[in-house]
Design a protein around this ligand. Structure first.
Ligand SMILES: [Ca+2]
Ligand SMILES: [Ca+2]
Ligand SMILES: [Ca+2]
Ligand SMILES: [Ca+2]
Length: 239
């Protein structure tokens, strides 16, 4: 019996922000003063005076990947942008400058209020020039909270699964029930430009039994004869 699974990858970038830019509202200097903003809404703000910190909050209603994009960092300044969960614990941080925007991102599986903070690295410099912050949310991979064997998403043979490798370091696990001996095949197509993704099949002991890597022009394809019924796994990650 020939049993095949197909994976198609989704582009993970969301649409550019089309909303009119909005200004920060000071004081926004802590979690309690965090300014409510919407996804895809570009906010202009300034780290001024020295020591200023700008807090924003967003509402997450479904699992997905939260990304904060900090652009237009003033010349000569290093700013950092941090993401916090509803318990106000930092879950991602990245710093950037005029030529390297900061783009921290993080998979979030729990709905709730999340926070984004912008500050100057070291809190010892300031500029009246405005940065631009856009918080985006990508929920296109509806199975996203599948980052371990225990959280593997059950799938069926013949299914076509659309997913993305995002946030940074994302791994997607799927489980499939094998009821009789046969060949498991998995095809990974539509890999984004300039990326190499790997697909790996694991047996019920979670031991890798076959893998292949692919890219935009060469889909990854694995096939493996399995004789023992049981729960098998397929994992996709960036190599
Ligand atoms: Ca400010
Ligand atoms: Ca502030
Ligand atoms: Ca994913
Ligand atoms: Ca995942």
């Amino acid at each position: 019996m020939r049993q095949i699974l197909r994976f198609c990858l989704l582009p993970f970038l969301s649409l550019p922000a089309l909303l009119v830019a909005q200004n920060e509202v000071e004081p926004n200097n802590g979690f309690a003063q965090a300014q409510s903003i919407s996804f895809d809404q570009t906010i202009s703000g300034a780290i001024d005076p020295t020591g200023d910190e700008d807090f924003y909050q967003v509402q997450v209603t479904t699992p997905g990947v939260l990304e904060a994009r900090l652009l237009n960092i003033p010349s000569g300044e290093n700013y950092e942008v941090s993401i916090f969960n509803a318990q106000q614990q930092e879950i991602a941080q990245q710093s950037g400058n005029e030529t390297n925007p900061a783009f921290p991102n993080r998979l979030v599986c729990m709905p709730g209020t999340y926070f984004v903070k912008v500050n100057e690295v070291g809190n010892n410099s300031s500029s009246s020039s405005q940065y631009q912050l856009t918080v985006v949310f990508d929920a296109s991979d509806i199975q996203e909270c599948n980052n371990s064997f225990d959280d593997a998403t059950p799938v069926s043979f013949g299914a076509v699964i659309s997913a993305s490798i995002f946030d940074t370091g994302d791994r997607d696990y799927y489980s499939i029930n094998v009821t009789e001996p046969g060949v498991i095949e998995a095809l990974l197509a539509d890999i984004p430009n300039n990326r190499t993704y790997r697909v790996t099949i694991f047996n019920s002991l979670q031991q890798a039994i076959s893998d292949d890597a692919g890219n935009e022009t060469n889909p990854a394809f694995v096939n493996r004869l399995v004789c023992d019924p049981g729960l098998y796994y397929v994992m996709i990650n960036e190599r």
